[in-house]
Design a protein. Structure first.
Length: 167
């Protein structure tokens, strides 16, 4: 079984959608920290632009739940804004005298305000160099940065993707 946690309205073939909101494409309606599945029953967990929506203190509980679900050797895929790149992009434009803000980088920091939903706000910023040791401290191995896949061209300057395996 492969899970797409925080699926929103996006269905991805071969993945079971999980979301806390009923009006989404979710096959399973559940919070990310309490998914009603058996231990060691999932081959892959993918969370695309979900991780940044957790407060830092929630991340330990969420990763423990995902680790519980994954089989040994199971794959975890996270794709999210890179805090450092967002800040660099914003400062670079300002330092060059640019007048137009890099809206995608602002959204990477705070979330897209057009959503009008408090749960769509970003609550913590991560970079590959902070998320990798976090995952390793929670029992994940072979944590590797890969090219992003899930946003249109133009966001690769802002986002990052990590893939890891449960030990």
């Amino acid at each position: 079984m492969k899970l797409n946690i925080g699926c929103g309205g996006r269905r991805i073939e071969g993945y079971t959608g999980v979301d806390a909101v009923e009006r989404t494409a979710a096959d399973i309606v559940a919070r990310a920290d309490s998914i009603p599945l058996e231990d060691d029953s999932v081959d892959e967990i993918m969370a695309i632009h979900l991780w940044e929506h957790f407060y830092r203190w929630e991340c330990d509980e969420v990763i423990a739940e995902w680790s519980r679900l994954l089989k040994p050797g199971g794959v975890l895929v996270l794709e999210l804004p890179n805090l450092r790149k967002c800040c660099e992009n914003i400062l670079s434009i300002r330092m060059r005298g640019g007048k137009e803000p890099d809206q995608l980088s602002y959204w990477g920091l705070y979330g897209d305000p057009r959503q009008g939903d408090q749960f769509m706000a970003h609550r913590w910023g991560w970079m590959p160099e902070t998320l990798k040791p976090f995952l390793e401290a929670h029992g994940f191995v072979k944590v590797v940065e890969r090219p992003t896949k899930f946003h249109p061209a133009g966001r690769d300057h802002r986002d990052f993707r990590l893939e890891a395996r449960k030990a």
